[in-house]
Design a protein around this ligand. Structure first.
Ligand SMILES: Nc1ncnc2c1ncn2[C@@H]1O[C@H](COP(=O)(O)OP(=O)(O)O)[C@@H](O)[C@H]1O
Ligand SMILES: [Mg+2]
Length: 240
């Protein structure tokens, strides 16, 4: 498969390496990754770590996410990662995968920039995508009200599109599925990859999503998910 890389550039700014799409941004600098409050859009929750930041830059509506390390080392390392090659950071990898997904016309976020910041032996990494407008997660939707059959089928069709291109999503759950104006998107391709060997991972991927939906249901007082919804999702998946 060939993907045009001609607009993808890498620059250094301070301690930072920035990978970006020059078709979308002109001469970005570090301020791209440190938006002031005046650029932020209201829905940006507290500017806490781990929360996405919504803001405007060079006329685009953007979403910035920082990569946080979970588990025990989190408190020691925060969002810094071992390693010296920026291409090995989760941000650069997710950017490059999203770029390939765009070339395949798959409904995933458009990558704008990724950054890896040197701090001694560590990297601090971040990814910026174009905001998918008027979107909310499938999880948020189901906490409020039931989704109709056609929505569940559309979710199934969407997942199938990715699987038909051998795209593996490492964390398929109801928070990583966005609904927007009747369109369905998959987001959060951290640790995702093209997977050409075998087919069994596709069924495991679906099984994981179902487990996640059941878990949401068990943990929330209201969460609209039942066997018929799953049947509709599978119908969309199979019909695609
Ligand atoms: N391109 C986008 N458009 C709209 N919302 C987004 C976009 N990317 C991320 N978000 C929002 O930010 C949240 C976190 O982003 P995500 O990529 O899932 O990172 P993580 O789960 O690792 O924090 C998502 O659940 C979604 O609500
Ligand atoms: Mg996520």
């Amino acid at each position: 498969m060939t993907v045009s890389l001609e607009n993808i550039k890498i620059i250094s700014s301070g301690q930072r390496r920035i990978l970006y799409d020059a078709a979308l941004l002109e001469h970005p600098d570090e301020s791209l990754f440190c938006p002031g409050p005046e650029l932020m859009v209201e829905k940006t929750a507290a500017i806490g770590r781990g929360e996405p930041i919504f803001y405007q830059y060079q006329g685009h509506d953007l979403v910035l996410k920082q990569y946080l390390r979970g588990g025990m080392v989190a408190s020691l390392l925060g969002d810094r990662y071992f390693g010296l090659n920026p291409e090995q950071t989760r941000a650069f990898k997710e950017f490059r995968l999203l770029h390939q997904l765009q070339a395949l016309n798959l409904p995933a976020p458009v990558p704008v920039a990724a950054s890896a910041e040197h701090a001694g032996l560590f990297f601090r990494a971040a990814l910026i995508t174009l905001e998918i407008a008027h979107a909310w997660t499938l999880a948020d939707q189901l906490m409020l009200s039931a989704a109709d059959d056609s929505t569940w089928q559309a979710v199934g069709r969407c997942i199938r599109q990715f699987h038909d291109h051998d795209v593996y999503h490492a964390d398929l759950n109801a928070r990583n599925i966005l609904l927007s104006d009747n369109k369905v998107y998959l987001i959060d391709f951290d640790k995702g990859a093209f997977r050409y060997l075998g087919e069994s991972w596709k069924a495991s991927n679906l099984a994981r999503l179902k487990r996640s939906l059941l878990k949401f249901k068990s943990r929330n007082q209201t969460f609209y998910f039942d066997e018929n919804n799953w049947k509709q999702l599978l119908q969309g998946y199979s019909a695609a």
